[in-house]
Design a binder for this molecule. Structure first.
Ligand SMILES: [Zn+2]
Ligand SMILES: [Zn+2]
Length: 285
């Protein structure tokens, strides 16, 4: 989960970087390129142009601003930056031919203007698209960060809540249950005692492990019986009548006619506390 988040963040950052690079490239253009002019000419050239008799090094941007035009012979790069042209230079170029002049003042000139217009539009499109994409990416990152922070706060709160609940349980355990048997926690009425499989009253024997409370549970059926030989009571287990009632068994209408089937409150409490005690013991021991 954490790894996936990092990948998303990385991709977003990369996208943002590419957008910004695009914007910067579109904005700055190629103005730093070096071209060559002559003292009196109106064109600029590449370094090895045949028209160059003497040459002055100049940046493409400066050539553009100062009104130089691209030579038609050596075809130097065209300016694509944002600087403003001061005005065309006088047409007294001594180093350019008539062909060159024709190109510059004729169709070529308007072609160049069209190219520049297209480039300007293209730059605007790049700028607007780049800005929108960058804005969108920023918004996504911001939203994502906010959600992550919220999630972390929520987790922290839950953790603290759990810790305090656990502390409460430990406190309860040490105060109430630790090192005590269940009959020290619950007041068991006189005459009742706790045995291995539940609660007993009166004389306990092998056949009646719960004394007077012993009942027989059949493997199938919903009744508990007084007598293991009662109808439907093949394959049985022994327990106390309270336990049988609590498990949802009903007194047998034949052998336990007088059983009111009540489960006393203290017995319910005894079972509840035993369960609680066992839970806490398994958690803290
Ligand atoms: Zn040239
Ligand atoms: Zn019966």
């Amino acid at each position: 989960m954490k790894k996936r988040k990092w990948i998303i963040e990385g991709l977003l950052s990369l996208g943002l970087f590419l957008c910004l690079t695009g914007i910067v490239t579109a904005y700055t253009g190629n103005g730093a390129t070096i071209v060559y002019v002559t003292r009196t000419g109106e064109c600029y050239h590449r370094a090895k142009c045949g028209y160059l008799k003497s040459s002055i090094e100049i940046s493409l941007e400066e050539a553009y601003v100062r009104g130089y035009r691209a030579c038609s012979k050596c075809n130097p790069p065209l300016y694509s930056g944002t600087a403003i042209r001061m005005g065309d230079r006088e047409k007294n170029d001594s180093d350019s031919s008539a062909v060159n002049r024709g190109y510059l003042i004729g169709e070529g000139d308007s072609q160049e203007r069209t190219t520049r217009k297209i480039k300007t539009i293209w730059k605007m499109v790049c700028l607007v698209t780049g800005t929108s994409v960058a804005g969108w990416v920023f918004a996504q990152i911001w939203k994502y960060q906010k959600e992550r922070k919220k999630e972390q706060e929520r987790k922290q709160l839950l953790k603290e809540k759990r810790a305090s609940e656990k502390a409460d349980r430990l406190c309860l355990y040490t105060d109430k249950y630790k090192g005590k048997s269940i009959d020290e926690i619950i007041n068991i009425p006189l005459g009742y005692k706790i045995v291995d499989n539940g609660i007993a009253m009166g004389e306990v024997s092998k056949k009646y492990p719960n004394g007077d409370l012993t009942v027989f549970l059949p493997q199938t059926g919903k009744y508990y019986h007084n007598d293991m030989r009662c109808r439907g009571c093949s394959f049985w287990t022994r327990t106390d009548q309270f336990h049988a009632r609590l498990k949802g068994y009903q007194p047998c209408p034949y052998c336990r006619k007088n059983d009111d089937g009540e489960v006393p409150e203290w017995y319910r409490k005894l079972i509840e506390e035993s369960v609680k005690k066992e839970e806490l013991e398994s958690e803290f021991e």
